[in-house]
Write a protein that binds this ligand. Structure first.
Ligand code: F6P
Length: 359
């Protein structure tokens, strides 16, 4: 058995631990592994594929990023090709990809990625490829798994930043707005905000009312707490504007990183007169060493993916359904988008400890 291994979509701390565990587990079973660089794109054209050995994955479990590189562009099912007149059109390159994998003796693939990568994997399974998936996202928005590696690291990065912002906000009697990742799901904002005792948390699942946000800030002022910390997911939006239309160019998909923080700072200052500052945490959340939790989960996922190949679980994804890892059909994973459940106890904990959710 020769397994091809690839990482697709945005990177997440823990990817290297998955790669290491998959290679060592495959070797344990007597199988070899080929690393495919830059996601599925590495199986197109000249291909970018090289053997992954015990040596090449040694000492990488604690490193952020992915030694295989990744991309969140270049879907092989609608791959951008340049026409003679300089314009671009999209082409289904799946036949080429399948043929390239076959020529390189790749019998099965492990695709590590989020919804986008899993969707491509499922389509390729339908076209005859043998693929198992490993969920990856710092946003924690993949269904059927309690969590994904990278999320805990991102939350801890956000908590560390919020702790630092707290002290300076208090010294200067300021409102500081910190924007975190999460276009569609507010898990990072919610978990980091609750753990770091923010005053306001704004998430895409619960459109906010700016008047409520300012009411909370002014109520704190009346209690002599003259500073406030606001954590906003990049996809948070005001209730008054209604849910963004996904087809509209200014939809959440097209959201510009930093625009939520910038907007909130202006609106809060105009309404409260308070001095406001903002921080866009951005890609710091995607970088650096995975936490111990993420390293362990990533190692479990990488090893379980090889066992899923042994079980010939084509079209399945390994998932954490505590306390066990299970295989779930990718089709089921993609059926529903995972979002913050507003009835969840973390949301209740936020409300009951006095955090405003802007509603
Ligand atoms: O999907 C993960 C994510 O971190 C989102 O929260 C964020 O909007 C996006 O990636 C940013 O991706 P990039 O800047 O790499 O295009």
């Amino acid at each position: 058995m020769r397994i091809g291994l690839l990482t697709g979509g945005g990177d997440a701390p823990g990817l290297n631990a998955v790669i290491r565990a998959a290679v060592l587990s495959a070797n344990y079973r007597g199988w070899e592994v080929m690393g495919i660089r830059h996601g599925f794109v590495g199986l197109l054209g000249e291909c970018d594929v090289a053997p992954l050995t015990r040596g090449s994955v040694s000492g990488i479990a604690h490193l952020g990023g992915t030694i295989l590189r990744t991309t969140n562009r270049g879907n092989p099912l609608c791959f951008p090709v340049r026409n003679e007149d300089g314009s671009y059109s999209e082409k289904d390159c799946s036949d080429e990809l399948i043929e390239n994998a076959r020529e390189r003796g790749i019998d099965a693939l492990i695709a590590i990625g989020g919804d986008g990568t899993l969707r491509i994997a499922l389509e390729l399974v339908r076209r005859g490829m043998k693929i198992v998936g490993v969920p990856k996202t710092i946003d924690n928005d993949v269904s059927c798994t309690i969590t994904t590696f990278g999320f805990d690291t991102a939350v801890n990065t956000a908590i560390e930043a919020l702790d630092k912002l707290h002290t300076t906000a208090e010294s200067h009697d300021r409102v500081i707005v910190m924007e975190v990742m999460g276009r569609d799901a507010g898990f990072i904002a919610l978990h980091a905000g609750v753990a770091a005792t923010a005053d306001v948390i704004l998430i895409p699942e619960l459109p906010y009312d700016i008047e409520k946000v300012c009411e909370k800030i002014m109520a704190r002022d009346r209690l002599g707490q003259n500073f406030s910390i606001v954590v906003a997911a990049e996809g948070a939006y005001p209730k008054a504007e209604g849910a963004p239309d996904p087809a509209h160019p200014h939809s959440r998909r097209a959201i510009r990183a930093g625009s939520v923080a910038e907007r909130l700072v202006g609106e809060v200052h105009d309404r409260t007169g308070k001095e406001c500052r903002s921080l866009v945490l951005g890609h710091l959340q995607r970088g650096g060493m995975p936490t111990g939790y993420d390293r362990l989960l990533a190692t479990r996922f990488g090893s379980a993916a090889v066992r899923a190949i042994e079980e010939e679980a084509w079209g399945y994804m390994v998932a954490l359904q505590s306390p066990h890892l299970v295989n779930v059909p990718i089709a089921e994973v993609l059926r529903e988008e995972k979002r913050v459940d507003l009835a969840h106890d973390v949301v209740q904990a936020a409300r009951w400890t006095g955090i405003s959710l802007g509603d």
